[in-house]
Design a protein around this ligand. Structure first.
Ligand code: ARG
Length: 461
């Protein structure tokens, strides 16, 4: 079989059915530039160990440059007969450098250590792109928080009115998980930045090639420690799929709220025309499709992760062809996030908040009842009694259609002698929010401080 990497011991070429099943160029072609970078590094190591002369190295590098240009321009593409990106590029190299020189590059490496290296290079590069896009989203959220200063909203638990909070506080609560996702990506980078090159098929190389040289040529921190582990493990890929799934999940949680806020019933936000869609039949519609797609695509990212985990769980050491199935899920995850994040950030940055309505709803649903209880505690009442008294006040108001500040002095005293008129001091949204000034609380000073912490945490990454 012309161009195949393993023809020697076979009497015939692969059957067409096998060739079709085995072929991976339709997706691993994306790794071509990394494969060529790996080849350059490997050629350098071969030369430094004495397997290539200076001149041969120069010709090899020159041929690899031309091959790279031809891949970029589309002049060189995978042929029907190429099993994978590695086979295709070896064919391309031989076409450019000749069979004699081109045939030398394969010494001391295997597609098993090659692919394990390339997938790391691909993920490292895209982790930087995705990290950058997440930073932009965090910036957009932080800007919205800053723009809405002291604006209150109803804070919820169980989706029920709970206590008033600052809109800025709520928005920043969506930014912090993304900051942690960024930190996870950075931490993952430390584990990913090792080069399997030199592991060979599984047992290592007998040629005395310098793996440190290859690693540093590829911009990786170090060689991997164990050639079997390096060619057989894909935990680095799985961890990337996990961290990116979490990013998806965090976008999805935010999306769910944006979708609710955008309903007529909530009416908390207006989506920018450029970041919402219409209906083909209902002329009045303006739909939150970006948020819905984010919510939907997060399921897809989780699927990519779980599919990959299922592929890995039963594999004996070392390399097995099952491992070829590691790439499509993470390629899909990368492509999904690189398209989704810019749209999501645009939607967030252009969101208009109906702060009047949010402020109007903030005290409703007796959301200041906790403030009454805590005020009583500050007057020396036990929390157990305070909770009870405040609950009776809620019941009193509910039965009469009143808000908590509306009962008369006599009515307050009738519920409990502890409920003196001064309690009305905490029965405002502003008073309630300002009183929650413990670390991480919703008081305006704390939220401003928190925003600075957030910016600083992102800055040092
Ligand atoms: N295409 C394979 C993969 O993606 C790499 C080639 C290793 N193939 C082999 N038969 N050893 O994992």
């Amino acid at each position: 079989e012309a161009g195949a990497l393993w023809g020697g011991r076979f009497a015939s070429g692969p059957s067409p059915e096998l060739a079709r099943l085995s072929k991976s160029t339709q997706f691993d072609w994306q790794l071509a530039a990394y494969d060529i970078a790996g080849s350059r590094a490997h050629a350098t190591a071969l030369q430094s160990a004495g397997y290539l002369s200076e001149n041969e190295l120069a010709s090899m590098l020159e041929a690899l440059d031309r091959l790279e240009e031809d891949v970029e321009s589309g002049a060189f593409t995978a042929a029907e007969s190429d099993e994978d990106v590695h086979s295709a590029l070896e064919r391309g190299l031989i076409e450019r450098a000749g069979a004699e020189l081109g045939g030398k590059l394969r010494a001391g490496r295997s597609r098993n250590d090659q692919i394990a290296t390339l997938v790391r290079l691909y993920l490292l590069q895209h982790s930087r792109v995705i990290g950058h896009l997440v930073v932009q989203l965090i910036d957009a959220i932080a800007s919205q928080a800053e723009a809405h200063g002291d604006a209150p909203m109803p804070g919820r638990t169980h989706l029920q009115h709970a206590q008033p909070v600052l809109l800025a506080h709520h928005l920043l609560a969506h930014a912090w998980p993304l900051v942690r996702d960024l930190e996870r990506l950075v931490d993952w980078t430390r584990r990913a930045s090792a080069s399997p090159y030199g592991s060979g098929a599984l047992a290592g190389s007998s040629l005395g090639l310098d793996p440190h040289l290859v690693a540093s040529e590829l911009g990786l921190d170090r060689p991997t420690e164990n050639s079997i582990d390096a060619t057989a493990s894909r935990d680095v890929v799985a961890e990337f799929a996990f961290v990116t799934s979490l990013i998806g999940i965090n976008l999805s949680r935010f999306s769910e709220e944006i979708i609710l806020w955008n309903t007529r019933e909530f009416d908390f936000v207006t989506l920018d025309d450029g970041y919402s869609t219409g209906s083909s039949i209902m002329p009045q519609k303006k739909n939150p499709d970006i948020a819905e797609l984010a919510r939907g695509k997060s399921g897809r990212l989780i699927g990519n992760l779980t599919g990959l985990l299922a592929t890995l769980k039963g594999l004996p050491l070392a390399y097995n062809r099952d491992l070829q199935e590691d790439k499509e899920p993470v390629f899909d995850t990368v492509e999904t996030l690189e398209v989704l994040l810019p749209a999501f950030t645009g939607m967030v940055a252009t969101l208009k908040f109906n702060t009047e309505r949010m402020a109007e709803l903030a005290p409703q649903g007796f959301s200041l009842a906790t403030d009454v209880a805590e005020w009583l505690v500050r007057q020396g009442v036990s929390f157990r009694d305070a909770h009870e008294i405040s609950g009776e006040l809620v019941q009193f108001c509910e039965q009469r259609g009143l808000e908590l500040h509306e009962p008369s002095d006599e009515e307050l005293a009738g519920i409990s002698a502890h409920l003196v008129p001064a309690v009305r001091g905490v029965l405002t949204v502003e008073g309630s929010i300002a009183s929650r000034n413990g670390v991480g609380g919703t008081a305006p000073d704390r939220v401003a401080e928190q925003r600075n912490q957030l910016t600083e945490r992102v800055r040092v990454l």
